[in-house]
Structures are given as C-alpha cells and as structure tokens.
Design a protein around this ligand. Sequence first.
Ligand code: SF4
Length: 295
Amino acid sequence: MEPALARRVLDERRGSALREVIPSTMGEPLLWAGLDGLVDLCAERALSLNVTTNGTFPGRGAAAWAARLVPVASDVKISWNGATPATAAAVMPGLSLDAAVENVRVLVAARDTAARAGGRHCGVSFQVTVQEANVGELADIVRLAAALGVDRVKLNHVQTRLPALLATSLRRSPEAIARWNAAVDAVRAAAETARLPTGERVLLQNAVELAPDPASPAPRGPCPFVGREAWIHPDGRFAPCPHPAASQGGLGDFGSVAETPLRALWASDRFLALVAGYEDHAVCRTCPLRRPGGA
Ligand code: SF4
C-alpha cells in the first residue's frame, strides 16, 4: 500500500471509534516503507498498533525495532512454528531458531523496561500455524514462551487455500484431529507447569479440542471480523474480513478507500446488509474463521 493512502484513511478517521491499526497480514510489515510513518501517526493519535512479524526484525535489528514498536503496540505477535531448529526452518525456510530466540529476548527486555518506567503494556505473543509438521512441538513452544516471558501463544489452524496444504492440516481426518486433541492436552499441561517469570500462566488462545469429524469439527460461532474490523487491501479496496473469498469479491463489492471515504463505505447499505445477514451468506455459512483458530 502507498503510505499516503494509509495516512489518508487515518486522517479521515480522526475522532472516530477507530482504536487499533493492524499493518498487513499478507507479508512482513517491518519491510513496508510506510511503517515508520504509521508508528508515528499511531503515537500522535493514541491509536494502538497490532503487529504480526516473522521475528527477523529486518533492516535495523530487534533492539531498534523494539524501541519503535513497544511504546505504541498493543501486541507484537511473532510467527513461531517450531521448538526445534529443524521444524522452525522447515515451516519458515531460512529461519534460524537461535537468532529468533535472541530477538525475542531483546523484545521482551524492552517491553519489561518500558513497563517498569510506567509505559503502556505491550503484549508479546507467539502466533503458531498448527500443522502436521509442528503438532508434536506445541507444548515445547509453550514452555519456550514461558521461559522467554512471552505472554500468549495463539494457535491458528493452517488454512488449506492450496491443494498442497491439505496434507498438512490437522483437521483433515479423525486421526489428524486426534493428534491435535492430544496436543491441546499437552499445551494445557505445559502452560500449567511452565510459568512465566512473573508466576503467571502463558495465555493460550484457540487450544480447543475438536470433534473427530472433519466435516464438522466444531460449531460455528459469531464472525470475529464483520462489522468490527475494516480490511483495506493495498489498492484501497475495502473488505469485511480476511477470508480469501472476500478479497476476490465473493462477499460483494464494497468499494475502495482510494475513491470513497471509509466512513461512507462502512455506512453503505450493501455493507450493513452483510453485517446484519452474514450468517445466511453462502461463504459465511461454511467459514472456518467462525471456529476457534480457524478450525
Ligand atoms: S467469510 Fe467468514 S470471516 Fe468473512 S464475514 Fe463471513 S463469517 Fe466473517
């Protein structure tokens, strides 16, 4: 996205209910040319930044990025996919687990220093894409999080957007679901016994057992996105949510902030109709994002 477009949206939303900005979930946000400007804008306007990064802290290193992000971030989520170097590198090719661990130490130290000085709380989380490759290491990831002072481990199921990903899913068969359910038990036990330096438990998100039925592993709940978050694509198109169908117009055409103010798109009849009736939409009826962790 052109940084000027992001700025224009935030200028237009001044004084609105906007509270948090999530820069990019499709790529590494710390490589985006507009991030420094966005950090400054959020700081100036008391908006929280919610960042998901691959944890390599490119360009300036973990200490300098932590100094930029911690004062303004509500949460820094680090994509974390293994407790052993081999698994971490298998899921994120080229990743050095040792270097990633050291970066987390630097980030957590910066967070703790800021907290001691009375700064706002910046959460630090591991975000795990759970799959066959790492299901056996999830409890160790929780133990590692506890040792490092990482507050939260968020477990998301791999979304099988490509046929090649089907074999990696832990929702594809009763046997795979059983492996996931065993891992849920293991991560809960790990969070109980391996505590943070404060003595608190690591917060587990989406550690929820599934029914052994790949067609219906869990009931669908309310949509966590529609009517709550505005998803703006790099070209300015407005989407109700991160479902891939939404980016392709599968939920409708909701316009673009490149042409129309976000407040008008948010108040449009077409968007309000989806917010009110999404449960009856064909895409939403089968949407995995309405289950914990995208199950
Ligand atoms: S497709 Fe899923 S995430 Fe998107 S609006 Fe529908 S229920 Fe929500």
